[in-house]
Design a binder for this molecule. Sequence first.
Ligand SMILES: Cc1cc2nc3c(=O)[nH]c(=O)nc-3n(C[C@H](O)[C@H](O)[C@H](O)COP(=O)(O)O)c2cc1C
Length: 200
Amino acid sequence: MNKVAIVYYSSTGTGRSVAEAVAVGARSAGAEVRVRLVPETAPEAAIDSNPKWRAFVDSVKDEPRATLEDLVWADAIVFGTPTRFGNVSSQLKSFMDSTGGLWSRGKLANKVYAGFTSAMNPHGGQEATLLCLYTTIYHYGGFIVTPGYTDPSVFAAGGNPYGVSVTTGQDGRGPTDADRAHAEYLGRRVAETAAKLGGH
Ligand SMILES: Cc1cc2nc3c(=O)[nH]c(=O)nc-3n(C[C@H](O)[C@H](O)[C@H](O)COP(=O)(O)O)c2cc1C
């Protein structure tokens, strides 16, 4: 059975919904899946400045957090992050920046990788965020699996071929059914590709 780790950061829950949809897709392809938030690094005062952020942090406080062992365990890793000024969130980047030891021993190479993000605006930097995220994967020596235009769900969700992306709008709405279908497709595609490669 192939092993898929979904390692993500979310401040208000959008990314969590996407992570769960990716997991549904990966499991449908027979994968064993771990879904893990990375640790929060923002100061309490910043979290308290946004009631939605505070509520989300409180709601997930008892969940296991991503560890380096999750990355070693997985054949495929899907990273998720909200868009932050067109870039990867510092919380996910901080976790990725803790992987130098694994990287230097080749422990992150030859795995399958993919990404998802969300942003408030339709053109708020979703694609730029995914491309920034993938730069680290190039250094890992990973195999990046994108949706491309290989399934109708990509078009239905707005046509992002780089990875899954959600537009929350100013009211912070979560993923649409079309976004979830896109995310499930990506999870399935990642798990199927990992199976073809036969594990790391
Ligand atoms: C510091 C900061 C920077 C952000 N930068 C962008 C941005 O560049 N473009 C955009 O459309 N939305 C931006 N947003 C909105 C986030 O992308 C939005 O909060 C995110 O999609 C919510 O995902 P989550 O619920 O998983 O945390 C920003 C939000 C914050 C707090």
